[in-house]
Design a protein around this ligand. Sequence first.
Ligand SMILES: [Zn+2]
Length: 314
Amino acid sequence: MTDTPAPSASKALWYTGAPLDRLSHRRADDGWMTKKLYDPESRIVAVWRDKSLVHNEDESALLPTVGEARELLDAGRYHSFLGMRDGTAYFGVDLSHHEDPYQAHPQIDANGAFEDLRKVGPALAQAEGSILAHARGLMFWHRRNGFCGVCGSETKPEKAGSQRRCQNPDCKTEHFPRTDPAVIMLVYKGDNCLLGRTRNFMPQMYSTLAGFVESGETLEEAVAREVLEETAVVVDPAKVRYWASQPWPFPASLMLGFHAEAETDEIIVDTEEMEDARWVHKSQLDHLEDFGMKLPRRDSIAYRLIVSWMNGEA
Ligand SMILES: [Zn+2]
């Protein structure tokens, strides 16, 4: 991985380009689903405590077939149908309740390693990264929603693990997977862009500003509010332009990327949220290390927002 921007930035972001047909109309078809679940060609996408199963040698995705590792389905606490790819069904399986997931199947013990997708993601083929991100996000949601938010009773998966239902007969509330929308924005004024860092960033890393969308606001309003709160720079919501989005299941976000031209340039850093924020000239971006800074990781939409603006694609 390098900190030097790529010469051009398309919108082909990591964890996008999902190759699976989700076939949502099949989720309630128990007969079809059972057939797929026991089809020896179907593939298992194992997740253990937010970590994804990869080959221990080259960190490519390890997706055993049901024929190879049928026991993993029984060993899982939950499984969810993810979709079909070239006639093959993919099922996410959660092994988080095992203290030692390597005991769940000999193939995992011999060939596999559970790794954080944030670590191995940038090296994966795009389709594999998308499938692992999908499974990780869905398994996280299952683990966090074992009890009903309405009455506190136990919930159980239904419709091939695509939703959960409260088991209290007086409640029966359906619970659906949640994704938290977060805005992330390259703010610029002339040939300068606004980059900042929080205390939990890697040393020297500067990135675009970002924050979660709050109840009752538009995406554009969220962009303007976050920029104002963090740096006191004024952005007109009417001038905020959508660029692209990226699933970011770390643990449950959808990053919505924007470019926004600033109305003002005075920065007052909110030190509760930010360690620093500064205007960076376009000409500095391809050698930021000379200024004691680094760009964010290449699999992030932040990196792509910066590079697209630098290349005049914004
Ligand atoms: Zn309930």
